[in-house]
Design a protein around this ligand. Structure first.
Ligand code: MLT
Length: 244
């Protein structure tokens, strides 16, 4: 038996009830999930995701200011008054080691915070894709949901491709007949591009926006496959690393 996978195409395509008690993988390849992974790999104590409607100040007031960093983006750029933006290259060991990050992005943290009601909330990207697949196979949950963050209520090709890559690794060369429509869509997209996944990502809409803002090297980095073998997992609102 393989986990039964469904796919949501963006952060508004699901309600909390859809993911309640499920195993959820949130995917925001460009860039929130790739940045969270990088920050934790570089020694951050944990990441507190903040939804688009929440004031991150409520967390900063509760925690020791010496130990926290306020992070994230609006329209791709660092928010005024925040310590860091959303480029993984800002999250170096020197800067994040030992810190807790309060993290707010346009779509990525919106999808993550909506998924807090899940049984397990996992943060995925191309950077840790095989470790995510291993965790999903181990859990073998009949309710496994891949939540693509997308961008401003739209579909993002890079997130759907990542969902497809996970689906492909789990199901192998043949989709089960009763696969969900979401799994079929993601699988089919990945199957088409699997020999050269970074090409469609680099010409995707969000890649173009990031390139125009000067984030070309973020694209190179976020399309690297299996750079890490750990999985960020959320518990009680805090994301920390689980090594597989
Ligand atoms: C998001 O959460 O919408 C993205 O991570 C945006 C970005 O690339 O900065």
């Amino acid at each position: 038996m393989k986990p039964n996978i469904d796919v949501f195409i963006n952060a508004i395509a699901f309600r909390e009830d859809d993911v309640r008690d499920a195993t959820v993988v949130v995917l925001d390849v460009l860039r929130a999930c790739s940045t969270i992974q990088t920050a934790l790999e570089n020694g951050a104590n944990g990441v507190i995701p903040v939804s688009d409607s929440e004031d991150p100040g409520k967390y900063t007031r509760l925690l020791d200011p010496e130990k926290i960093l306020l992070c994230g983006e609006k329209n791709g750029r660092k928010v005024e008054g925040f310590h860091l933006g959303n480029s993984p290259f800002e999250y170096t060991k020197e800067i994040v080691n030992g810190k807790t990050l309060i993290f707010k992005t346009s779509s990525g943290t919106r999808a993550i915070t909506k998924s807090t009601v899940a049984k397990k909330t996992i943060i995925g990207s191309f950077l840790n894709i095989s470790a995510v697949v291993e965790m999903l196979l181990e859990r073998n949950d009949p309710r496994t949901m891949l939540v693509c963050a997308g961008w401003r209520n739209r579909l993002s090709l890079e997130d759907l491709l990542c969902a497809g890559a996970i689906t492909y690794q789990i199901y192998g060369r043949k989709l089960p007949e009763d696969a969900t429509d979401g799994a079929k869509l993601a699988y089919g997209l990945y199957e088409k591009y699997r020999k050269n996944v970074d090409a469609p990502i680099k010409t995707s809409s969000h890649a173009k926006r990031l390139r125009d803002m000067g984030f070309e090297k973020d694209l190179e980095y976020c399309t690297r496959i299996d750079l890490y073998s750990s999985v960020p997992v959320m518990r009680d609102g805090l994301i920390t690393l689980k090594h597989t």
